[in-house]
Design a protein around this ligand. Structure first.
Ligand SMILES: Nc1nc2c(ncn2[C@@H]2O[C@H](COP(=O)(O)OP(=O)(O)OP(=O)(O)O)[C@@H](O)[C@H]2O)c(=O)[nH]1
Ligand SMILES: [Mg+2]
Length: 562
C-alpha cells in the first residue's frame, strides 16, 4: 500500500513526512500513504508515546495544591472606660486558620470532582476588649475509595512553593532595609501612629527575635517531616461512624473529618501577650501565621471485580467486547500493545446464566479498525439514512437485557504483560496497581501459540514480581483462540488440538498450585472472536465474584465486631 511517488497530495492520499518513511523502513524524502496506513501509523505512534511514559499515566491521576487557612491577626488595643483614661492592653488574639482533611467516600467514583486547588478559611482577626478571632472552619476534601495520596517532595517540579519559599520569592532582589521593612509588615500590627516608635524599643526587638526563632524552628520541623515522613495514605476503606441515637437533644453527632493533610496557621497574639515589666503598654500585636502548603498527588486505583491478565495479542480486549456485547470501547487490533490503559466493562448476567454479549447470536467481535471501516461503508451506501434517532423512538423500554439481568460485575481489560515487565519492558507493569483491588484475576493465553504454558509461567512470575503473592488471586485460565486449532475438522488436527489443551490442563494442575488456598485454576478453551464457550467463563467469573464479595462482607462484619 505504501507507494513511493513524487506526486503531491491527491484526494484520499496524503503526504507524510520523512519520519513516517523511516518508520516504514523506506528511505525517501516524500512518501504518500493512504488513510489506512495513516490510522495504523497514528495508533503505533500513540503506543510508542505511552511506552515512553513509563506507565505513569495508567491511572486516574491528579495533582492538588492545598493551602490551609492563615491565622487571624492579633489586635493592639487598650481598654477604655469612664474615669479610666489609661486602661490595660485589651487586644484579642487571632483565630486559627482552617485545617484541611481528606476523607474517602464510596459515593464518588472518579477524581473529576476533586478541585485542583484547595484553600481553607482563614481565622478571624482579634478585636478590642479581649475578643479573640474565630477559628477557620475545616475544609474536607472528599475522594473516591481506592485513592492513594502522596505528598510530592520539594524538588519535584510540580510542587508549588511553600509559605516560606513564597515569601523568599517576593523579597528577591530587594535591599536589606526594604526586606526587613516588608518582613516586619507581614508579621506585626502596630497601634495607630506608633509603628516607628515601636521599632526603636528594645522590648519590640526582643519579641521580634523570639518570633523569628520560633518561625525558624517551625520551618525546620516542617521540612524534616516532609523529608522523613511525607504524607502517604492508601484510602481503601471507608470509615463508618457509629450513629449514636442516645445523644442528648441539641448535641451534635460526632463527625469524622478523615485524615489531616495541612494544619491551619496559628492566630497572631494580641498586645496583652507582650506585656512585661519593662513595657507596661505594648503598642503592637503579631499577625497570624500562614497555613501549611502541601502539594499532593492523588491516584485512583480502578475498582474492577475481575482483571484480565495476558500477553499482548492474547485476545483480552476481544474477550471484554464479547462479554459486554461490544459495548465496551476497547480497541482490538492484530499488533502488540493495542490496549494502553486498563479499561473496565460491565458484564450483565441473567438468572439462567445468559449474559448480554451472549444474546446477540452470530456476532463476531472483529478488529475495531475493520468494524469502523464497515460502518463507514454502510454510511456511504446510505443504509442509515432512514434509521430513527434515539429521540425519535416512541417506545422507550430501556435495554432489552434489563428484564433479564440479575447480577452484574465489572471486568478490567489490561495492557499486555510480557517477560521483564517488572524491569519496565513493554508497557511495564505499573498498571497492575489498578488490579490490586480486583476480587479475582484471570489469565488469558493464546492456545494457538507454540507454548501457552510458558506464557502462563511468565504471567504468574510477573504478577509475583509486582507484588509477592498477587498470583494467588488468579482463578482461571482462558485458553483463547481455540478456533484457530483443529483446521476444518480434520480428525488429526482436532486430536492435536485436544492434546495441546490436555497438556495445558496438566501444566496448570501440576505447576500452578497456589500455596495456602484450596482453589484450583479452571481451564476454559474459548474463541473470543466468535463468542464461543463464553457463557461458561461468565458463569465461573460470577461464582468467583459472589464468593469474594461474600468473604469481604464477612470480614468487614467481623472487623466491626472486634
Ligand atoms: N481467531 C481468533 N482471533 C482472535 C481471537 N481473539 C482475539 N483475536 C484476534 O487477536 C488479535 C489481538 O486481539 P486483542 O483483543 O487486541 O488482544 P489483546 O490481548 O487485547 O492485545 P493487547 O491489547 O495488545 O494486549 C486481534 O487481531 C483479534 O482479532 C479468537 O478467539 N480467535
Ligand atoms: Mg487489548
Amino acid at each position: 500500500m505504501l507507494r513511493q511517488t513524487s506526486r503531491l497530495c491527491v484526494s484520499r492520499l496524503c503526504t507524510f513526512p520523512v519520519k513516517s518513511a523511516k518508520y516504514a523502513g523506506i528511505s525517501t524524502s516524500r512518501v504518500i500513504i493512504d488513510d489506512e496506513d495513516r490510522t495504523e501509523y497514528i495508533r503505533r505512534r500513540k503506543t510508542e508515546w505511552k511506552r515512553k511514559q513509563g506507565g505513569q499515566t495508567f491511572l486516574d491521576h491528579l495533582i492538588v495544591t492545598v493551602r490551609a487557612g492563615k491565622g487571624g491577626n492579633g489586635c493592639a488595643a487598650f481598654h477604655r472606660e469612664k474615669f479610666k483614661p489609661f486602661g490595660p492592653p485589651s487586644g484579642g488574639s487571632g483565630g486559627r486558620g482552617g485545617d484541611i482533611y481528606i476523607i474517602p467516600t464510596s459515593s464518588l467514583t472518579t477524581l473529576t470532582s476533586v478541585p485542583k486547588r484547595v484553600h481553607a478559611q482563614p481565622g478571624g482577626n482579634g478585636q478590642g476588649t479581649w475578643q479573640n478571632g474565630r477559628n477557620g472552619d475545616p475544609t474536607i476534601i472528599r475522594v473516591p475509595l481506592g485513592t492513594v495520596v502522596r505528598e510530592l517532595p520539594r524538588d519535584d517540579p510540580r510542587t508549588s512553593p511553600d509559605e516560606w519559599e513564597t515569601e523568599e520569592e517576593s523579597l528577591e532582589g530587594l535591599d536589606y532595609e526594604t526586606k526587613r521593612e516588608k518582613m516586619r509588615e507581614r508579621r506585626w500590627v502596630h497601634y495607630p501612629r506608633f509603628s516607628e516608635a515601636n521599632q526603636e524599643r528594645d522590648s519590640f526587638k526582643e519579641a521580634e527575635a523570639a518570633l523569628y526563632n520560633e518561625e525558624r524552628e517551625r520551618r525546620f520541623e516542617r521540612r524534616k517531616k516532609q523529608m522523613n515522613n511525607p504524607i502517604f495514605l492508601d484510602l481503601d476503606t471507608e470509615e463508618i461512624m457509629e450513629d449514636n441515637t442516645n445523644l442528648p437533644l441539641g448535641q451534635r453527632r460526632a463527625e469524622s473529618f478523615g485524615y489531616l493533610i495541612a494544619s491551619g496557621g496559628q492566630g497572631g497574639l494580641g498586645n496583652p501577650h507582650f506585656l512585661s515589666e519593662v513595657n507596661r503598654s505594648p503598642k503592637f500585636a503579631s499577625r497570624g501565621h500562614e497555613g501549611e502548603r502541601v502539594t499532593l498527588s492523588l491516584e485512583l486505583k480502578i475498582l474492577a471485580d475481575v482483571g484480565l491478565v495476558g500477553m499482548p495479542n492474547a485476545g483480552k480486549s476481544t474477550l471484554l467486547r464479547a462479554f459486554t456485547g461490544g459495548r465496551t470501547r476497547t480497541e482490538v487490533a492484530g499488533y502488540e500493545f493495542t490496549t494502553l490503559n486498563p479499561i473496565v466493562g460491565v458484564v450483565r448476567v441473567g438468572e439462567d446464566g445468559s449474559f448480554e454479549g451472549g444474546l446477540s447470536t452470530g456476532l463476531v467481535h472483529d478488529e475495531t479498525l475493520t468494524e469502523e471501516q464497515l460502518e463507514q461503508e454502510r454510511h456511504r451506501r446510505g443504509e442509515y439514512a432512514h434509521a430513527l434517532t434515539r429521540n425519535q423512538h416512541t417506545s422507550r423500554t430501556g435495554h432489552h437485557f434489563d428484564l433479564l439481568e440479575t447480577f452484574r460485575f465489572t471486568v478490567a481489560d489490561n495492557p499486555g504483560l510480557i517477560l521483564g515487565a517488572s524491569d519496565n519492558v513493554g508497557l511495564g507493569h505499573t498498571f497492575l496497581r489498578s488490579m490490586e483491588r480486583a476480587l479475582a484475576l484471570v489469565y488469558v493465553v493464546d492456545l494457538a501459540g507454540p507454548e501457552p504454558w510458558t506464557e502462563l509461567r511468565v504471567l504468574r512470575d510477573e504478577l509475583d514480581q509486582y507484588q509477592p503473592g498477587m498470583s494467588a488471586k488468579a482463578r482461571m485460565v482462558i485458553a483463547n483462540k481455540a478456533d484457530l486449532l483443529g483446521g476444518d475438522g480434520d480428525p488429526v488436527l482436532v486430536e492435536q488440538a485436544r492434546e495441546k489443551l490436555r497438556q495445558l490442563e496438566e501444566y496448570v494442575r501440576t505447576q500452578m498450585i497456589i500455596p495456602g488456598t484450596r482453589h484450583r485454576l479452571d481451564v476454559v478453551p474459548t474463541s473470543a472472536k466468535f463468542s464461543q464457550n463464553l457463557s461458561k467463563v461468565v458463569g465461573l467469573m460470577k461464582d468467583y465474584v459472589t464468593e469474594a464479595r461474600e468473604a469481604k462482607r464477612r470480614m468487614e462484619l467481623t472487623s466491626r465486631l472486634f
